[in-house]
Design a protein around this ligand. Sequence first.
Ligand SMILES: NC(=O)c1ccc[n+]([C@@H]2O[C@H](COP(=O)([O-])OP(=O)(O)OC[C@H]3O[C@@H](n4cnc5c(N)ncnc54)[C@H](O)[C@@H]3O)[C@@H](O)[C@H]2O)c1
Length: 581
Amino acid sequence: MNLQAAGDVAPGIGRAERRRAAPWMRATVAVEHVSLTTVEHAIGVTRGDDEGAGDVPSPVRRRLDCRRRAERMDAAIAVKGPAAGSVLTKHDGTSDVESAPVGCGRGIQIQSAEGMNPAVAIERHAAGRARCGVGRRGHLELNQAGKEEGGHQRRVCLPGMRHGPVADCIGWGVSKPPSLHSQRMSSVAVIGAGYVGLTTAVCLADLGHRVTGVDIDKTKVIRLRAGEPTIYEPGLEALMAAMLKSGRLAFTSDYDDAIPDADFVFIAVGTPPGRRGEADTVFVKQAAKRIAGAMKKTMTIVNKSTVPIGTGNIVARIVGESLRDEIPFHVVSNPEFLREGSAIYDFMHPDRLVFGSHDEPAARAVAGLYSKLDTKILITDLHTAEMIKYASNAFLATRISFINEMARICERVDADVKVVSEGMGMDRRIGPLFLEAGIGYGGSCFPKDVKALARMAETMGYHPELLDAVMEINLDQRTLVVEKLREVLGGLRDQVVGVLGLAYKPNTDDIREAPAIDVIENLLQKGAVVRAYDPKAMPVLKAQMNTIQYCNDPYALATGADALLVVTEWDEFRQLDLDRL
Ligand SMILES: NC(=O)c1ccc[n+]([C@@H]2O[C@H](COP(=O)([O-])OP(=O)(O)OC[C@H]3O[C@@H](n4cnc5c(N)ncnc54)[C@H](O)[C@@H]3O)[C@@H](O)[C@H]2O)c1
């Protein structure tokens, strides 16, 4: 744990301010790590100040007291200062200092520069709770309730935050979420039985809950009831069959069959791009209204759809306004990070789970539904949870556009982008994933989410320069491949081009925003004759495009073709017999 020195934290403030700001810069802003070693280190540093560092006026006794108490604890705290780039202001001549990383948007008030002690007074509470004050207005809590299960929760509450109890937390995690609900079966309804909803319903049933999937598409419901998955996902069919047989999974198109008994209702309906690229939340709003219409008892509404920031509040308003009786309810954001093609695996082995709410116990209760999964959990406020999803997708999309731009430069300087990417990926700060140059990203998430985030930013008066560049580079990749083909063939008119792969990525039949579609349309426009083959997605494209020829296998596709374009990296294509082609 690196406790930042006061001087290198806040560019733009003078020496005197730094000296005065020093104590709170060591104050707790974010919990980084929980271990006994860390707290000793953190508090040791604080004590070191007392022994001669000089510029931090600190009450030694209380700190040592704090240290002694900390030693008795099984969990401990580590602290670090505000990030570089923080904006520091002082209030009206008092010694209070306000700090927020640029963009934090919250005006976190941190304790007084005068004699306030950042990490003092750790107290044990009766129910195994330890509390550590970080100044006049904030506190840090270590809740050891989950200890028997091998985990600790911790959260940092900072003063000056806007919302209720959970919004007071800038983050707290549990290695296993302790919850009233954690070990018992809950009754869950999942609204929307698409990629996310169906996976969620089947997997929550597998985790032991009683789940009813609700979809307005009656044909879909009939197929699902018969055990026929309406999407292709590895492992889905078998797991769904087992869950239907167990009696823990059912499907309906009637909200009244699913909502009245449910403790938790997940919303997992689509949020497609609107006319100007913004996320269209009409299905979410419809779902909220219909949930309210069928609600009979208190419940928690969990939003899994990717939604513009603040949609959780809108859902709460719609439900509140549409309820016939006064029934208490909570809204929690639980964004989904699964990848199509490995949805079941991803649901069961998430890198992290995120829950955001204005009501902390509600967020914890939702976390409890996943208590059988061994993963990191982040509980935060509603807006932050909604934003984490957009920021994650935008970052991954940025990596893809970045490496594609590198590929274009590599071509010009005679370097091998594959090796460049490998060399970059060896750096732990960079990592190897999402660094493969290719035809760019597609699918139902990245394109629409990056666009929606950019539009949201513009609506809020910020021009999203980087996101715009990411999108532009991505679209150009699709044109570039056709231009290359034109160069190789010396023109495209009447040339027979075979397209290998239609799905936007391997192991799915999803063709939403698939690069193949743009490539095919471009080829057709330039007069080429197009044939296509995909192991799973042909029926889906056939239903909307009849201007191309579909082939039953790659070899039939290659027969008489002037060129083949690999658009989707299905494993099957890696094993093709090139001589036979
Ligand atoms: N597909 C992914 O890989 C993925 C990953 C993470 C997050 N997400 C997000 O999850 C959400 C759902 O995505 P998806 O790919 O599962 O969508 P989808 O289009 O596959 O499924 C949505 C389902 O909701 C149903 N529906 C629509 N309105 C309804 C209503 N009022 N009541 C009941 N059912 C209704 C539709 O009939 C459809 O079956 C989106 O916000 C998406 O951005 C998707």
